[in-house]
Design a binder for this molecule. Structure first.
Ligand SMILES: Cc1cc2nc3c(=O)[nH]c(=O)nc-3n(C[C@H](O)[C@H](O)[C@H](O)COP(=O)(O)OP(=O)(O)OC[C@H]3O[C@@H](n4cnc5c(N)ncnc54)[C@H](O)[C@@H]3O)c2cc1C
Ligand code: SF4
Length: 332
């Protein structure tokens, strides 16, 4: 690992300044992702700005909005009464991620900004546009079993990236219409979580829409209308300690047996959690039943563009959507 400076800023402004005005500075939260990258020579910040002691751990509710501080640990979020009572979908998704030990270290902000798990990114013997822009993508014609089937049409194949975003909690948060609060040199701004993620295009090394020095301070989730009619289903190679091949976060607003509205997001299939607005619209106003969910599952793969080794994901998406809709609606 390359030598680096380590600082603990006294407040938010000091932290933001420390990263804004140093070309090679990085925030560090739980460090479960960044330290790995540093040890493998894939990230080499000259200055680490430790944000762990900033007051960004609170989980609270104001005017119906649940606010989760960016430094709230994954395990604390999943255990919190407010989160369990109001957003069981988020609890399910967090508990499907990583391992108990990792969730005790990993923070909310860090989880949303974790680096991809594409094996070629980690193996410096292979070209990788995300690691070294313009060098090529080894996955397009390589072993692409874990890669994207949606959102892969943008950008020049020689410059772009087909890796998927790996966070579980972000899939649930997108289905719950979460926003993130960002602080930077120009004050505070709020954006939908979907706006955090940047399509790879021809610059896949930049995966988030954040300016230099911008810090995520919180995630906000609007009042939930879904109650218990939610389900997070993750399919992976091992039962634990593995990233999603495909996952789905499904939330249904049910009135009796009728679906008033639906929210569906997929994980493991694109550079960001992938919402399915056409399927959501199709389900709205319909009585929940097996035939409807089979049709919805078929619709969910419209526009998928698989590669040589990941065509299985098309079938998997269909099955995961069908199963999670049934479970969320309580007709499994
Ligand atoms: C073996 C293993 C298995 C895993 N399995 C899963 C899994 O199944 N599902 C899953 O979702 N995750 C999984 N993870 C990922 C893990 O959850 C992430 O490593 C973790 O959530 C990152 O959080 P952190 O606080 O440690 O981030 P850090 O490593 O501290 O930071 C990650 C990145 O975010 C930046 N950052 C951190 N906080 C902020 C902030 N507030 N504002 C702006 N930038 C910030 C850092 O600069 C860095 O670039 C796994 C990790 C490992 C090592
Ligand atoms: S998919 Fe992305 S991360 Fe993987 S090799 Fe291609 S450019 Fe690199």
């Amino acid at each position: 690992m390359k030598p680096f400076l380590y600082i603990r800023p006294k407040n938010l402004k000091e932290a933001i300044d420390a990263v804004s005005f140093h070309p090679q500075a990085s925030f560090i939260a739980g460090g479960t992702n960044l330290l790995d990258l540093m040890k493998r020579g894939l990230a080499f910040p000259e200055k680490l700005v430790d944000i762990n002691h900033l007051p960004l751990k609170k989980i609270e509710q104001k005017r119906g909005i649940l606010r989760i501080g960016a430094l709230a640990l994954n395990s604390d979020v999943a255990r919190h009464k407010l989160v369990n009572d109001q957003h069981p979908l988020l609890v399910q998704a967090i508990n499907e991620g990583a391992s108990g030990q990792l969730r005790n270290m990993a923070t909310t902000g860090g989880n949303l900004l974790q680096q991809t798990r594409c094996p070629y990114f980690y193996d410096t013997a292979f070209p990788c546009n995300r690691r070294q822009p313009g060098s090529g993508c080894s996955a397009v014609n390589g072993i692409n079993r874990h890669h994207a089937i949606f959102g892969v049409d943008e950008g020049d194949p020689d410059q772009s990236c087909i890796a998927v975003h790996s966070s579980d909690m972000s899939v649930a948060l997108v289905a719950l219409d979460a926003e993130i609060v960002i602080a930077g040199q120009n004050g505070e701004r709020k954006v939908p979580l979907t706006g955090l993620y940047r399509a790879p295009g021809n610059r896949p090394n930049l995966s988030a829409n954040l300016d230099k020095g911008e810090l995520i301070t919180a995630v906000e989730i609007p009042d939930s209308r879904y109650g218990k009619n939610v389900h997070y289903l993750k399919v992976r190679d091992r039962a634990s300690y593995a990233f999603a091949l495909v996952s789905a976060a499904v939330a249904l607003d049910m009135r009796g047996n009728s679906i008033s509205s639906a929210s569906i997001s997929l994980g493991g299939v694109a550079y960001m959690p992938w919402r399915l607005p056409t399927v959501e619209k199709f389900l709205t106003g319909q009585p929940a039943n097996d035939a409807l969910f089979k049709q919805a599952a078929d619709m969910s793969v419209a526009g998928a563009r698989p590669f040589k080794h990941n065509a299985y994901k098309v079938k998997l998406v269909r099955n995961v959507i069908y199963e999670s809709l049934k479970t969320a609606a309580g007709i499994a």
